[in-house]
Design a protein around this ligand. Structure first.
Ligand code: BGC
Length: 490
């Protein structure tokens, strides 16, 4: 396995640290939205204004534990954003290449700002939906540009940790959203407006921040600005001797220039290894079942018989576990490597899902029962252990690996496939989960367990280790060395 390349010098300067943090605010915007919509769509004032028929139905809901919240329109409110993001990520890929990573981040923040304004001020349903679409475009642009930006500005030996700042800020965004919902659920009748409007705060930080961050040296050289690119590299590495790394970037750009149509080039045999890995990691990330928890934790806890406040509180607890455990990944990703974290997490997640499914199957019938207090507490602990392992593995690495494994000529195009796959499957889970819970009952946890087993096998046999390899030398050092993928590389 390759170690960090000793030819590349770097110091962590205050400026580069600030750039990482500012860009990571793109993750916070994404996370805030993941966390906010579930709570908002449960608020009565919101339902009465936009979905009165759903509110009516909720009042007369049949008392089936697993089916209380099954409603396509309600799920569409949560999931529609991801469809907009899916489409936007392809435009964002073009913007990343032609305009650069920095302007793409700026555009993301502008869409987010408009989205926050429109949805917080919505008087009629179309304004609300339009707000969701603007949010979605912001997410598409942000999720495309930020991970690539972070991977390109990070020194090789810290790339994993720096990239994971994106995930860390996603988890912080989710937690803030949970807390905001907790506070605004008692502000009648405008609590939901506050919840949706607070998204403007990270968007403003990102907007002004993106005016002062650096452009990545790779993007500058890619667009023919070699001198500025070298100066940028010196600035972010904090040293003058950056020749070895600069040469590597220039080489990668020369290669990239030969490719006129990145999307067409992605369909070539040599592009398949990172493309398959990038797409499958995102499919798997969503089939861990994580968003069943992130979107619907309060609903799930209510399903188990928790009262409203206890459910919200439990959601906050899982949020805190999510943030805390992401640090484990930051610390270990460049030491242990990507594969070990993913495999360990598969084992932990599998045990938790099977245990939760078994407890619910035996003790929670559709009608006429709730879990007793002790068992409910065990389920909360299992959910926390599950979230914990996701947070140091499939969460961050689902974004990190696709952002670091494509060669420059197909990087933004390939990453767009990863982002849009993530959005598509996030949409599917958001849209289908409550219906699946209603129909499959406790078996839904066994369904996710089966996926976790499959993804473990995938990592074991097909995922190469990328720790310590320069982002622009993956083909030689990684793909051409792998027993399966080298067959695609001649
Ligand atoms: C995923 C999200 C998920 C979040 C949870 C992210 O990496 O893409 O779908 O909600 O992690 O922390």
């Amino acid at each position: 396995m390759a170690g960090p390349d000793a030819r590349f010098n770097s110091k962590t300067t205050g400026y580069v640290f600030a750039c990482w943090i500012i860009a990571a605010f793109g993750g916070l915007m994404f996370g805030y939205d993941i966390g906010i919509s579930g709570g908002v769509s449960a608020m009565d004032d919101f339902l009465i204004k936009f979905f009165p028929q759903i509110h009516e139905k909720k009042l007369h809901a049949k008392e089936d534990n697993y089916c209380k919240y099954d409603d396509q329109m309600l799920q569409l409110f949560t999931s529609s954003l991801y469809l907009a993001a899916l489409v936007a990520s392809f435009g964002a890929s073009k913007a990343c290449t032609v305009l650069g990573r920095k302007p793409t981040i700026l555009v993301a923040s502008a869409f987010f700002l408009i989205g926050a304004g429109l949805s917080a001020g919505a008087q009629v349903k179309w304004m609300l939906i339009l707000g969701r679409i603007f949010f979605g475009i912001g997410v598409g642009f942000g999720n495309e540009a930020v991970p690539v930006f972070l991977s390109e500005v990070a020194p090789v030996h810290q790339r994993g940790a720096v990239n994971i700042l994106f995930q860390l800020f996603i988890t912080i965004g989710i937690l803030i959203a949970n807390l905001v919902n907790y506070a605004t659920s008692s502000m009648h009748p405008y609590g939901w407006r506050v919840s949706l409007g607070v998204a403007a705060v990270p968007a403003v930080v990102l907007f002004f921040g993106s005016l002062v961050i650096t452009e990545t040296p790779t993007s500058l050289v890619e667009r023919g600005k070699d001198h500025v690119g070298k100066a940028a590299l010196k600035k972010i590495r904090g040293v003058d001797d950056v020749d070895a790394e600069f040469e590597q970037i220039v080489d990668a750009c020369e290669q990239a220039k030969l490719v006129k149509h990145p999307f067409r080039s992605l369909m070539k045999k040599q592009s398949m290894p990172p493309l398959i890995i990038g797409i499958m990691l995102q499919v798997f990330q969503q089939f861990t079942g994580i968003n069943a928890i992130m979107f619907y934790a309060p609903v799930l806890f209510q399903t188990m018989g928790f009262k409203n406040d206890a459910s919200l509180l439990s959601a906050v607890i899982t949020g805190i576990v999510n943030v805390g455990s992401t640090f484990v990944s930051i610390i270990f990703v460049d030491k242990l490597g990507r594969r070990k974290l993913l495999l360990q997490a598969c084992v932990q997640m599998l045990i938790c899902q099977v245990a939760i499914g078994s407890i619910l199957h035996v003790h929670l019938k559709a009608t006429g029962s709730t879990l007793d207090k002790g068992l409910a507490a065990v389920v909360v602990v299992l959910v926390c252990l599950y979230v914990m392992s996701f947070a140091w593995s499939w969460g961050p690495l689902g974004w990190l690996i696709p952002s670091e494994t494509f060669p420059l000529e197909t990087r933004t195009a390939g990453f767009a496939f990863a982002v849009s796959t993530n959005m598509l499957f996030t949409f599917i889970i958001a849209q289908a989960f409550l219906s699946m819970l209603c129909h499959m009952k406790a078996f839904i946890f066994f369904f996710f367990s089966a996926w976790i087993f499959i993804m473990g096998m995938f990592v074991l046999f097909l995922l190469p280790e990328t720790k310590g390899v320069h982002i622009d030398s993956m083909a030689d050092k990684v793909w051409k060395q792998h027993p399966v993928w080298k067959k695609f590389m001649d």
